[in-house]
Design a protein around this ligand. Structure first.
Ligand code: FES
Length: 151
């Protein structure tokens, strides 16, 4: 018998609809990201809106949010609702700022790594990867101290 549009979904049905494994959905439940009800037999029953909620979780994970951050974003919505279009617009704008910050941090790290490529000194005093303030930059680009200098 085909499902009615309002029928709750079993964990297998929501897994098929979202492409997420059953074990991942159980994990999301353990972390409080989805909160299925239970039927009389104790089986999980998901709302149709949980398909969209899981889509949100997958996209947020792709963007680098931690499970805690995703849980916080979902918990901030009134009545534990699934993010609607306006919610997603607001949340995604915040994510863009966060991604810009991450790109900036990674770009700076890449610049520091460039000065290490081919060096290998691993100097705690000179290497910019350990030395973000780059205390020896006044001496010019590249390594200025060796491993023996780091003792
Ligand atoms: S390994 Fe980083 S400056 Fe030498």
């Amino acid at each position: 018998m085909p499902l009615a549009a309002t029928d709750p979904l079993s964990i297998g049905q929501i897994a098929r609809r979202t492409g997420v494994s059953v074990s991942a959905i159980r994990f999301y439940e353990d972390k409080g990201l989805v909160q299925p009800s239970r039927n009389a037999g104790g089986q999980r029953r998901f709302k149709r809106a949980d398909v969209r909620r899981i889509s949100f979780i997958l996209i947020a994970q792709q963007l680098g949010l931690t499970i805690r951050e995703i849980r916080d974003a979902l918990a901030a919505l009134p009545d534990s609702r699934t993010p609607n279009q306006a919610d997603w617009g607001r949340i995604s704008a915040g994510l863009r700022d966060r991604l810009d910050q991450q790109i900036d941090t990674l770009t700076r790290m890449r610049g520091r790594l460039d000065s290490c490529i081919g060096c290998g000194c691993l100097s705690l005093k000179a290497c910019q990867l350990y030395n973000p303030q780059d205390r020896l930059s006044r001496l010019g680009a590249g390594p200025h101290m060796g491993i023996k200098d780091a003792d």
